[in-house]
Design a protein around this ligand. Structure first.
Ligand code: PLP
Length: 504
């Protein structure tokens, strides 16, 4: 049965999955959502023996119904190949009672690879299906990991260009080095004088700029988004929750139908929303535990029903979660409002004007699957150090936020249900924070690259390719601009306007 997509903000048009992937954001500023969530049409027992690729097909075919079997299998095969350093693609690591779903075995050693290695294939396939002749320009704001993962995915993909904006002082040195060394003539990386929300709002404005849109169309370009608002990002993320459940069933750690809790270190709310969709599909998921760092907007939201972004933006050691506006939450709001676009528009415009909104008691009731916990910087560091000392397993700060949230959850609820903690980055991506958490005195004075060698030694793991490469790679991207200069930057890179400001 064909599954169509429509906007959360009331535009009545229903479009195909491939059209939604191409458009990214809906014309009325809303996010595309499927008109219904499909049910898994295969038993978990059957899924238990399947590879990641086969599982991906079984899940994604239900959402991307206008892709043929051949097309979808081709996209999956191109995405989940040797770029990943393990055949399991998303292995489960069992560490002292906890179960970590490691989502960082792809090209850029963070969980964004799970979706961004397939998005370029979904997008070029979608373009072909819809007779698109324009060059597709991927425009992305990143808090660090999305940018590199998108660049790695789209670099030198014919018919595409990719422009990534990141907060100049808001990403880790290794994250920055990974991005500014990106190869590929179709790539551009620009630092923004502002924080992630500034970068994201700037990108949203460019997407909504009609004048710009027409100017680009005339020059043979059209925008699309690789941000987690794209449905082509969300759907591949559902896969690993189904896969994790199936693997635990296969190993006998879960029995059929038994509930599995998930803990997700959350920023833009994409990853945890995928887990929610998996639950709606019929996967026996229990609680969805939303973990935040000191930017605990979501924690407050789940506790009070009020979303309030009016607070200081705090830079933490888990920068990919330093977010005060979690874009994908809009999809959840739309759903718990019973598909009421008017309500969604009201809340989103409140968020725009007052920076806060409150949901109705009826909506709150529908949030009972979720709960929120947060970890301070001190707790996060302590979590990393303790697990390392007890077990030798080294986790990154984002994962540590989740592990800490899980500890608080079990202490508060005494819930003993089997639980999976989404592990969203390799510790090698945040080496300094990790090593200083373990022993600040010993490691505080070392350079980033010395720390990488130390990490390899203490964790008895191999230095991932992604890190080995950047040690020697030359910096290719040096542009920095203000938020109000983003449009000019885009036009110059595409050669639509010359001004010479940035010298592309
Ligand atoms: C992006 C990211 C997150 C947050 O994921 P969302 O889908 O934005 O909630 C958490 N951890 C890491 C390492 C990330 O890169």
């Amino acid at each position: 049965m064909e599954l169509l997509y429509k906007s959360t903000r009331g535009d009545k048009a229903e479009i195909t999955a491939s059209q939604a992937i191409l458009q990214g954001l809906a014309g009325d500023g809303g996010l595309f959502v499927p008109v219904r969530i499909p049910r898994l049409d295969i038993s978990l027992k059957e899924l238990a023996g399947m590879s990641y690729q086969k599982t991906a097909y079984e899940v994604m075919k239900l959402f991307l119904t206008d892709f043929t079997e051949e097309e979808l299998k081709h996209c999956i095969a191109c995405a989940y190949d040797e770029k990943f350093d393990t055949e399991a693609i998303a292995p489960l690591a069992k560490v002292k009672g906890a179960c970590y779903l490691e989502l960082f075995h792809g090209a850029t050693i963070a969980f964004k690879d799970m979706a961004l290695s397939i998005l370029p294939y979904l997008m070029t396939t979608a373009a072909g299906k819809n007779g698109v002749k324009n060059e597709i320009v991927i425009l992305t704001a990143t808090s660090g990991d999305t940018g590199k993962a998108a660049l790695a995915g789209f670099a030198d993909v014919p018919g595409t260009r990719i422009i990534v904006f990141y907060p100049k002082d808001g990403v880790s040195p290794i994250q920055e080095k990974q991005m500014v060394t990106q190869k590929g003539d179709n790539t551009l990386v620009v630092g923004i004088r502002g924080n992630f929300d500034d970068a994201q709002n700037g990108v949203k404005e460019l997407f909504g700029d009609q004048e710009l849109k027409e100017e680009l169309l005339e020059a043979g370009f059209q925008f699309s988004s690789a941000n987690s608002i794209n449905i082509g990002r969300l759907v591949p993320q559902i896969v690993y929750y189904v896969y994790a459940y199936a693997k635990l069933l296969e190993s006998g750690e879960l029995s059929e139908g038994e509930k599995l809790n998930v803990v997700v270190p959350t920023g833009n709310f994409g990853n945890i929303l995928a887990a929610y969709y998996a639950k709606q599909m019929g996967l026996p998921v229990g609680k969805l535990i939303c973990a935040s760092n000191d930017n605990k907007v979501l924690y407050d939201f789940f506790r009070t029903g009020e979303y309030d972004r009016n607070r200081p933006f705090i830079l933490t050691t888990s920068p990919s979660m330093d977010i005060l506006i979690s874009s994908n939450l809009e999809r959840l709001l739309y759903r718990i409002a019973g598909g009421d676009a008017e309500k969604d528009v009201e809340l989103m415009s409140r968020l725009g004007t007052e920076g806060r909104y409150e949901i109705t008691p009826e909506m709150r009731e529908k949030l009972s699957d979720f709960c929120g916990y947060y970890a301070t910087e001190k707790e996060t560091a302590k979590q990393i150090a303790e697990v390392y000392e007890d077990t030798g397993y080294v986790m990154d700060p984002h994962t540590a936020v989740a592990a800490c949230a899980y500890g608080k959850y079990t202490a508060e609820t005494k819930d003993t249900a089997k639980t999976v903690i989404a592990s969203t980055a390799s510790p090698y991506k945040f080496t300094r924070s990790v090593m200083e958490a373990i022993d600040k005195e010993q490691y505080g004075g070392m350079t980033d690259f010395e720390l990488i060698d130390e990490l390899a030694a203490i964790s008895k793991t191999e230095i991932p390719n992604a890190i080995r490469e950047i040690r020697t790679a030359p910096v290719r991207h040096k542009a920095v601009c203000g938020v109000n200069e983003m449009k000019q930057t885009v036009l110059e890179f595409l050669g639509v306007k010359t001004g010479g400001t940035y010298g592309f």
